[in-house]
Structures are given as structure tokens and as C-alpha cells.
Design a protein around this ligand. Structure first.
Ligand SMILES: [Zn+2]
Length: 101
């Protein structure tokens, strides 16, 4: 069951309540006010994170891609060299020796 955050408009008490999506909000545990306000304390952080990663991908520049390539390629190459040996990698994957352009 999801955990919701509520704020009581009567006494300003913030509280969490776990209940199913269809159920209505529980009354304020402090003053029993039934008309409590749903507040979002945790969701925005998730949403921001998603927005950030979307815009990161959307606005990736050629420089960023080049950096990424420069960072990842030696790792990949090393893995292959460890597995197959230097000669095999040089013969079969010469592009791994060159930089992204
Ligand atoms: Zn209250």
C-alpha cells in the first residue's frame, strides 16, 4: 500500500498514512479533523530526477558524447584484451584504438 503525506488545515499537523489508492484520507490523528490536505513530499524528488535525466539525454552535446566515448571505450577495450588478448583485439576491433570523432 502506498504511503501518503497529509497536512491538517486545522492544526497544521503533518502526518503519513498508508492506505489503498481508492480509500479516502484518514482524519487528522491529532485533532480528528476529517478534511485533511494531501501533500506531496516525496514524489517531486522522483519527478525532478526523471526530468533531469530526460533533459540530460535530450541536450547531450557532441562534446559530451565524445567524452563518454573516450571514457567507455578504453574500458571496453581492456575487457576484450583481458578476454581475448591484445593481438586479437587489434586485429578484429581496430576502431577501439581510435578516438571518437
Ligand atoms: Zn489536525
Amino acid at each position: 500500500m502506498p504511503l501518503y503525506d497529509y497536512k491538517c488545515p486545522n492544526c497544521d499537523h503533518l502526518f503519513e498514512a498508508r492506505h489503498s489508492f481508492n480509500e479516502s484520507a484518514p482524519p487528522c490523528p491529532k485533532c480528528q479533523q476529517e478534511d485533511v490536505q494531501r501533500v506531496i513530499l516525496k514524489a517531486p524528488r522522483v519527478a525532478q530526477g526523471m526530468n533531469a535525466s530526460v533533459s540530460d539525454t535530450g541536450s547531450a552535446t557532441k562534446e559530451q558524447l565524445r567524452d563518454k566515448w573516450a571514457e567507455e571505450t578504453p574500458k571496453l577495450r581492456k575487457q576484450l584484451v583481458d578476454k581475448l588478448g591484445e593481438d586479437v583485439v587489434n586485429r578484429n576491433a581496430p576502431t577501439l584504438n581510435t578516438n571518437y570523432d
